[in-house]
Design a protein around this ligand. Structure first.
Ligand code: SF4
Length: 669
């Protein structure tokens, strides 16, 4: 075994820079570290123990690392449920590096991606002598378009003082940044409209024809990826790439041998988005706006072109008004719709076609017109697929979100898509999360994702849940479907929060329920109350961390990816078993598909899905060995009805009580 590395190497951003320069010298060569095994790192006296004074040996972490290493070596697929606190990130990152293969690591969010790259990779780098070749890739909107910056200097594109101010910051930064990644611009507001006008989205990109192509940050990102062994992406980027991988020129990621999905419980939904299609009125408005602006800047505006754009705006307004203007609705009666509105539908296709023809005839500005034509064609294609494809393997639905009206198609069953495009094509796929098994079994996740031949592993959390957690289910509350539930649940929440001295998340399955309960409690609780929607999510979490005794009311977006360690979060209250809304178009179509295949939609789909969601929500509470607290489920169907067993069998072994006095006693200790 090698001697422990020099600890001074733990300061790391430099090592990352080192790795980038080493990569560019090495071009496509892969760095293969000397023969080390997972045990060399995760064993009782391994490199991690030597490198980190607080490192605790965890049997489960070693088990997982060995399972990942052999899956990579033997070209097998693997699914691992790793309980909270296992240290799963290092358990897949280190074996990936040791494999010497090109491995894509896909995380649930951009934040997790950054955490992995800026925190875990530097730490692992400190354990290796030679520079690791690691890079990250994000979606194009995260990067700056140099060409747009230069255009903006010459042509009027920006409006208002804020935009001009942000532009100055961006222009200076463009001269020195190596990545063009906007996360480096911490001083600029998330909502900057200047950024939105200058980012590298493909909408206006002329690709290889662009004068800046060689210096482009997107080109640079691709170059780095080509030279890296480990590529860190997020699920959205991964599936955006997978959906277009057949068309080689569209591919985003270079060839890879393996992919590891962290937060793998999310991939069914994300894959559904990218193997489906979306068309919206906003896309059309953007196209019209960009065409008008560019035609003026590049001097190809004509009265005919302007008329064409006005027609597109009018026809689109008329067309999108024909759909339900509230929430998510399924759209199944295409024949009836076309019977009544075929003319309006054909007209929007026609005026988009006219725009393409007109733009294609303009000479000398093809760099500008080509991306516009491509966008108009994509919109037409989406409209045709939505209205005319008749493909019964998709669910068709509409959604109104703010000013946007979206027409969407989603595969009903992503398992076949994933079996063909992912599991059948990539030699090793590792799926990991703290929530993949239902009642100890992986059948549900494997079936939903279409993964047939996979090794499985469950690694228990190192936390002592019997000592650290009490799960309280009040037996006296009415069924949550009854009208008096909200009022009585609010009273129960009040008592629990008094016992916990605030320090609680109160999580709801619906926005409406959250608001109603909040209104009932806002004057009765003396603790600082935070509610979803009153500020951005990250600001609310930050405020919760910093405000003594705070209570946060939230819905599904707070059920996962939120990490508050320590006693500031001592209680998580959930209003009801988190069954998906049965009338939601995707849930309804997937339930129907289960029935048609001879299954029982409630037992085979809705219960497992809700059991995983509950495990996810409760997982917010204990994030360290010193954490302790109370979980409260206000829905006592978990005790009263036979299916409640599945939920209990899926949760960690919490200490259970149905007495409020035990909650008080727990907090008094
Ligand atoms: S290649 Fe595209 S993204 Fe890159 S600078 Fe040119 S226009 Fe912008």
């Amino acid at each position: 075994m090698r001697p422990p590395p020099n600890r001074t190497k733990l300061r790391v951003p430099e090592t990352l820079r080192l790795s980038v320069s080493a990569i560019s010298q090495a071009e496509n060569r892969v760095h293969r570290p000397p023969k080390l095994t997972p045990r060399s790192f995760f064993g009782r006296n391994g490199l991690l123990a030597a490198a980190h004074p607080n490192y605790e040996y965890r049997e489960g972490q070693l088990q997982m690392a060995e399972a990942v290493a052999s899956a990579l070596e033997e070209r097998q697929h693997l699914i691992v449920e790793a309980g909270t606190g296992t240290g799963k990130t290092l358990a897949y990152l280190i074996p990936s590096i040791l494999s010497g293969k090109r491995v894509v690591i896909s995380t649930g969010t951009k934040n997790l991606q950054e955490q992995l790259y800026l925190k875990d990779v530097p730490f692992v780098q400190s354990l290796f002598e030679q520079p690791l070749s690691v890079c990250y890739m994000k979606g194009r909107a995260n990067y700056l378009c140099r060409q747009k910056v230069y255009d903006a200097e010459r042509e009027p594109m920006l409006a208002g003082l804020d935009e001009i101010n942000d532009f100055r910051i961006i222009r200076e930064w463009e001269k020195s940044t190596e990545t063009g990644d906007r996360s480096e611009l911490r001083e600029m507001a998330e909502t900057s409209t200047a950024w939105w006008k200058l980012d590298a989205r493909s909408d206006l990109c002329s690709g290889q024809k662009c004068k800046q192509f060689e210096r482009c940050f997107i080109t640079e990102m691709h170059r780095r990826a080509l030279q890296s062994n480990i590529i860190i992406v997020n699920h959205h980027l991964f599936f955006a790439d997978l959906a277009v991988r057949d068309q080689a020129f569209n591919a985003i990621l270079p060839e890879y041998s393996a992919v590891i999905f962290d937060e793998a419980h999310e991939i069914e939904d994300v894959a559904g988005q990218y193997f489906g299609m979306t068309v919206s009125n906003l896309q059309i408005q953007e196209l019209v706006k960009d065409t008008a602006a560019i035609s003026r800047r590049k001097l190809f505006a004509t009265p005919e072109l302007d008329r064409n754009l006005i027609q597109i705006t009018d026809r689109a307004e008329e067309f999108f008004r024909l759909f339900p203007q509230e929430g998510r609705q399924s759209f199944s009666d295409h024949d009836r719709f076309l019977g009544q509105h075929e003319e309006t539908y054909r007209e929007i296709l026609f005026v988009l076609d006219a725009l393409c023809t007109r733009l294609e005839l303009i000479e000398g500005v093809v760099d500008e017109t080509l991306p516009l034509v491509r966008r108009a064609r994509t919109i037409q294609q989406g409209l045709r697929f939505f209205m005319q494809s008749g493909d019964a393997t998709y669910v068709y639905w509409t959604e109104r979100r703010g000013r946007g009206m979206y027409l969407q198609t989603t595969p009903i069953d992503v398992s076949q898509v994933l079996a063909a495009n992912l599991f059948g094509r990539v030699e090793t796929v590792v799926l990991t999360s703290a929530t993949l098994a239902v009642a100890g079994q992986f059948d549900y996740a494997l079936g939903r994702l279409g993964l047939e031949h996979a090794r499985t592993l469950r690694v228990e959390s190192p936390y002592d849940y019997q000592k650290q957690v009490v799960l309280y289910v009040p037996p006296h509350l009415p069924d949550p479907r009854r009208a008096d539930f909200t009022r009585r649940a609010a009273h129960e929440i009040e008592q629990v929060i008094q016992a916990s001295s605030g320090r609680a998340f109160v999580l709801f399955t619906s926005y409406h329920q959250m608001r109603q309960t909040y209104e009932l409690l806002r004057d009765r609780l003396e603790y600082p109350l935070l509610i979803q929607g009153s500020a951005p999510r990250t600001a609310l979490i930050e405020a919760f961390r910093e405000t003594k005794g705070a209570v946060l009311f939230g819905t599904s977006s707070f059920w996962q990816g939120v990490d508050v360690q320590g006693e500031q979060l001592s209680c998580v209250i959930i209003d009801r078993l988190p069954f998906a809304v049965p009338t939601d178009p995707i849930v309804a179509a997937r339930s129907e598909a289960v029935r048609q295949n001879g299954g029982n939609a409630f037992y085979d789909y809705q219960i497992p899905q809700a059991a995983l969601a509950l495990k996810q929500g409760f997982g917010r509470l204990i994030r360290g060995t010193a954490d302790r607290g109370v979980l409260v489920l206000l829905d006592n169907r978990i005790k009263r009805l036979p299916y409640g067993r599945v939920f209990f069998d899926s949760l960690p072994p919490y200490r259970f009580t149905d007495k409020l006095g035990d909650v008080q006693e727990f907090f008094d200790v």
